[in-house]
Each structure stands twice: as structure tokens, then as C-alpha cells.
Design a protein. Structure first.
Length: 277
């Protein structure tokens, strides 16, 4: 599974004088044997002249909303430094509408009660999802939703930060608008700010804010948006995250002399995640 690698470009260093704030490590190592209950809701909306996609000419809006709930049981790190985790699906549903009219979706009930295996590296990033043969018909959906549920790890700085400090990360996200065919990863720039650290029920929670925009050549697709990330520093997991992006690009109709000109389209992406022990 391709994940979005992040490179820390700017590091805020805590002052060394007495009484200075302590820097907070925001990327804790996943813990062997830990159990988490995760809920992720992901919404995607695209609008424009979507004839080839929507099945009819003229302006159209496609909305897709998916919910994934699973229980994560972490194993132990192997000799390659990977931690396998069993994800048992507690709920999985997806709904799509075109101009407000519901569109039939592939049945997903077969996945409820079944388990897949997720592999994490020592930095906490998701590196692979292994789906059993009996769930291959919904494999793509599961991998997409599990990847989205763990996407916040791609925007965590490698170095500790103090409250009020910011770090700039560059990353690459796999992005494709319908009708464009294969598109290379979109280069983005994200500014992460450690807004505050509070103690709740004896656990330190770091609250981060993020702002993302396109980086490099943005002639075909642009990305702008932001969100928040809450990290349970004490117990070592992302407790909550919220991300909203706006994507602008062009829908291309193919090749040849009769090919219509590109059509501007606009899309929005929203991902919210909550996790509890």
C-alpha cells in the first residue's frame, strides 16, 4: 500500500534556558498489545460537468459518504521493525448520491465481523493492509478507508515541538480526479502547529492544527485545506483527527481531434477519526 511520505523541513527547537518549555514528542512508537476502538467517517463530493462519470450530460454533483468502525488489536514488532495489528470490522457502510438521488452500492455487510491485518512501522505509519481471500470483493474499499483512518500519521513531525511552534512538512498524496486516468502523487506543503497540551484523566493530550496547500506545479490540480490532530502522548496513539480539503482541477474527456476541452471541476474531502482504548 502506498502511503504519503512526509519530510520535516523546519524544526522548532525548545530554548535551553532554565524554566523553558519541554518539547513534546508527537510521533510515539505504536505499543505492542494495545487495543483501540476506531471510528472513521469519510466524505467526498465532486461537482461540475461530469457526463462521463455521472452518466448524463450537464452539471452534476456526486456525494459519497462512508463509515468504518473497527477494533484494533496490536501484535508485537517483528525483526523488520513492523507491527502487525488485527482489525476486526464492527461496522462498514457506504452511500452515494448523484444530484440527490441514491445510487446502488456494493453490499458491504460481508465484512462485518471479519478481520484484516494492518502493518505499521516504528514511526506509526501504516505500510500495508492484508485482506483475506473471502473479502477480496471489498478489498479496495477497505484499504482506502483504513488508509484514510490512519492518514494523520503522515502529517506528524519527526522531531519534538514546544507549544506555539510550527513545522513545515512536504508530502505526496495519491490523487486522481475522475476521467484523468493515472496521475502522479500530488505534492503538498503542510504547516503543523502545536496549539496546546492538556492533561485529561491523567493522560497528556497534544492538540495540533494543520494547514495544507499544493506545492510545486499546480497547473492541473490544486489542494487547499486544514484540520486538527489530537495525540494521546501518554498512551501513544492519535486520539482524534479532522481534515477538510478543497480540490480544484479539470475533467478530461480522452484523446483525439473530437476530444472536448477540459471541464473545470471542484471536489471536497472530509475525514474525521476518533480512537479510544
Amino acid at each position: 500500500m502506498k502511503t504519503a511520505p512526509a519530510l520535516l523541513c523546519v524544526i522548532a527547537v525548545a530554548p535551553a534556558h532554565p524554566g523553558a518549555q519541554s518539547a513534546v514528542a508527537l510521533r510515539p512508537t505504536p505499543r505492542a498489545g494495545q487495543i483501540l476502538h476506531v471510528t472513521s467517517t469519510q466524505e467526498f463530493s465532486i461537482s461540475g460537468n461530469l457526463g462521463p462519470v455521472a452518466g448524463s450530460p450537464g452539471e452534476a454533483t456526486i456525494n459519497n459518504s462512508s463509515t468504518l468502525v473497527y477494533t484494533q488489536n496490536n501484535g508485537s514488532f517483528d525483526e523488520q521493525g513492523r507491527l502487525p495489528a488485527r482489525l476486526t470490522i464492527d461496522r462498514l457502510d457506504s452511500r452515494q448520491t448523484i444530484n440527490g438521488t441514491s445510487r446502488p452500492q456494493r453490499p458491504l455487510e460481508q465484512a462485518v465481523g471479519q478481520s484484516v491485518t494492518a502493518l505499521f512501522d516504528r514511526s506509526g505509519k501504516l505500510v500495508d493492509v492484508q485482506v483475506p481471500a473471502e473479502l477480496q470483493s471489498v478489498s479496495a474499499t477497505l484499504k482506502q478507508l483504513i488508509g484514510g483512518a490512519n492518514g494523520a500519521w503522515n502529517f506528524l513531525p519527526d522531531q519534538p515541538m514546544i507549544v506555539g511552534a510550527s513545522a513545515t512538512l512536504r508530502s505526496e498524496i495519491p490523487l486522481r480526479l475522475p476521467g484523468n486516468g493515472a496521475v502522479d502523487g500530488q505534492q503538498t506543503r503542510t504547516v503543523i502547529t502545536l496549539h496546546s497540551v492538556e492533561t485529561t484523566a491523567g493522560n497528556r493530550i497534544a492538540h495540533l492544527q494543520q494547514r495544507t496547500e499544493s506545492a510545486g506545479d499546480t497547473s492541473q490540480v490544486t489542494v487547499n485545506g486544514g484540520g486538527t490532530i489530537d495525540i494521546d502522548v501518554t498512551r501513544g496513539f492519535v486520539a482524534a483527527s479532522s481534515l477538510q480539503w478543497t480540490i480544484a482541477g479539470e475533467l478530461r474527456g480522452g484523446q483525439g481531434a473530437a476530444t472536448p476541452p477540459p471541464t473545470p471541476v471542484r471536489a471536497t474531502v472530509s475525514v474525521t477519526v476518533k480512537a479510544t482504548p
